[in-house]
Ligand binder design. Sequence first.
Ligand SMILES: [Cu+2]
Length: 357
Amino acid sequence: MWIVRTILTYEEEKIMQYRLLKLGLIGVLALAVFAAGIMGNGRSRAFAQDMAHNTYMVHAGGFGEANVEILAFAPAYLQVHRGDTVMWHVTSFHNMRFGEQEEPFIIVEDMNGTPTPIGNPNVFFPTQPSGTAYTGGDANSGLPSEDALKGFYSLVMDVEPGLYSYRCDVHPGMAGIIEVVADDVAIPSPSEVDAMAAKELDDQINPAILAYFASSATAPTQSADGSITILAGIGGTGRASSLSFASPLVFIKAGETVTWQVPADSPTPHFVNSIPFDPAAVPDIIPQENAGGPPTLLAGPGFLGTTPDGATISAGAAFNSIFLAPGQSFSLVFADPGVYPYICHVHPGMGGAVIVQ
Ligand SMILES: [Cu+2]
């Protein structure tokens, strides 16, 4: 007896759930009174069929002090009964996709003879509206946009008992499991699940905060030739990291090299972009209408970078790295004295400056 509805806010959803619960209880009571009047003890069946359903909250990512972000679902493993609602609190750029097949976030397509990175439509666009019943198989929430997935996404789990796994395609390794159990199996209550989720987040966010403060108290490593290596993204363990550059201020001499290194175990990629940052020069993902076809999303040269690795930067020159995946690095030689501030354009609050003396 679940109802298909459009996107509701969490508060609206709660009110709706409460109303449904109340209506359900009144219905059950009326039926029980009616049944007791005409059939004696024939009530238990009516109670079983009208079992109240719960709504469980899953955090899709989260944030902590020191610009720490966690790229995980919490709780990562959730038990529900058939008919319960799972509501994801989407704190950043994440999708939830059920399905066996892996889907890359960015794919390369031939556009008028040029290999061009585009957003994978199978990741970007929803196949299952929020608030609907999940009945198994492939289903995608789509990614947050101006008119979709504003903060919350919910599904009513209308499936046989079993394990149902889902993932965020933007962040490899960000995955969760929902186990639907038989009606007579006792499972944690929504408030117990909230406590489990809070602990899972804290257990990863807190070490990342500590790692950030430890790194900020450590001088950057400088090799014999004067080159300096700066970590882009400061990890704790697992799925949380501080979206910041270790040693945000470094001092070098003209002609020396700075290397930005994304740790191999980083859960997130980064960029190095000089400021003032011109978004037009390094566009993010931009929509593109295909004649007669579905819209696709075209990734701009930001994903390819505008400055080659190892380039020499002269006074006042702009620089933009490629999309630096975990394990990748990017080096620049600074030829002239001056101050060279930079950011990572996808992570607000992530920045630093190279001071060339
Ligand atoms: Cu970043």
